[in-house]
Design a protein around this ligand. Structure first.
Ligand code: 1HN
Length: 358
């Protein structure tokens, strides 16, 4: 660079920086210094791929069980924090996830909030969650919904610890500064409906002839039992060719709309048959996986081709796939995976993208 040009550049640079300082007290800042970060050429998430091995997490969850009651904690949960954004109580920029433990005899007191929650049962059978005056009994692999602003409490009246994955849209509601919460004066809510009545009304490809659903934009089914989802996937495997990327994968549905069961979170269950070696694909919705049965591996790759992660997973492990990181799934013995993501929000904005690589 010649001397004249570099002097000009320098004096401009100095003058620009003075401009930035002078406007700072007016809460002004130049767009041109940040434009490329605001509008990246493709998604570049600060989130990292991560795996939580249940074998490693469980002893700490049980230790928490010795140190604090569900009632004192309100919810006894170890948060799955994304290592790229520690301290934010989030597993992705949009979603919260945690593992919740409830021990025999315990109650997690009734409250409600505008954040929606899903539960995916990981270990133990027989605890219950109550929503809107109806209980549902938890079994491993069940997907249970707590709709926005509904009273909910959990209890364990059996003899074994029960653990589930919580997924909430906390960061989304936080981004919008739209959160409200309330404790219920009744620690355990009064029951109004018999267990199973929601499923009888909405769970068999039939719906009531009159009236509206109870939960607005959220599915009227608040428990999707694993035995049904599992059967669907195994039946599919008998009669349909597998998908080269996903194996056999189905999306949970709100029977009243055909859309996602929750306004902010999409849920999926997939089966990889024995010997499956999937092709890679990437999506703009970051996804959280819970391994239901079997074992396998996940290979993740960044958009520039650099390796992001390679995980071996087994039943009850959890892992997160950040936005636009490609995922390739493999399983020698076969496995079943549950997953959830922020896809309904991206669909509502018309920005969801998927790319299937070969
Ligand atoms: C919540 O209400 C539950 O009801 C679980 O089980 C996790 C995380 C943050 C805020 C509320 C539950 C939660 C939560």
């Amino acid at each position: 660079m010649n001397t004249v040009a570099s002097t000009t550049t320098n004096s401009f640079q100095i003058a620009r920086e003075k401009l930035y300082r002078d406007i700072d007290s007016l809460n002004l800042t130049p767009l041109w210094e940040v434009l490329h970060n605001l509008v990246p050429v493709h998604p570049k998430s600060p989130c990292l791929p991560a795996l939580w091995r249940y074998e490693q997490v469980r002893p700490y969850l049980m230790r928490a069980g010795e140190l604090i009651t569900a009632e004192e904690a309100v919810r006894r949960v170890l948060i799955l924090e994304n290592p790229g954004i520690r301290g934010k109580s989030s597993i992705t920029q949009a979603l919260y996830a945690g593992l919740q433990l409830i021990l025999p005899g315990e109650v997690a007191p009734s409250h409600r909030h505008t954040q929606s929650a899903l539960r995916f049962i990981v270990e133990g059978s027989g605890a219950f969650t109550a929503v809107n005056g109806e209980r549902t009994t938890m079994k491993p692999g069940d997907f249970i919904i707590t709709p926005s602003w509904t009273w909910h409490d959990h209890g364990n009246e059996v003899q074994e610890p029960v653990v589930w994955l919580d997924g909430l849209d906390i960061p989304i509601v936080g981004l919008l500064d739209a959160g409200f919460a309330q404790n219920n004066p009744e620690k355990t809510q009064a029951l109004k409906n018999q267990e199973g009545s929601s499923f009888a009304r909405y769970g068999y490809n039939m719906v009531p002839v009159r009236g509206e659903g109870p939960f607005g934009k959220t599915s009227p089914i608040f428990s999707y039992p694993y035995e049904r989802s599992r059967e669907a996937l195994h039946q599919l495997e008998q009669c349909e060719a597998l998908d080269d990327w996903d194996g056999f994968k189905l999306r949970y549905v709100n029977p009243l709309t055909g859309g996602y069961p929750m306004p902010t979170m999409a849920t999926f269950m997939q089966r990889l048959p024995a010997g499956f070696s999937g092709k890679a694909s990437r999506q703009t919705d970051s996804a959280v996986y819970s391994v239901v049965e079997g074992s396998g591996s996940a290979v993740m790759t960044y958009a520039d081709g650099a390796e992001a992660a390679q995980f071996q997973f087994t039943a009850r492990d959890h892992f997160v796939v950040p936005s636009w990181v490609s995922l390739q799934l493999k399983s020698d013995p076969g496995c079943v995976l549950f997953s959830f993501s922020d896809r309904p929000v991206q669909d509502a904005l018309g920005i969801h993208q998927e790319e299937r690589l070969s």
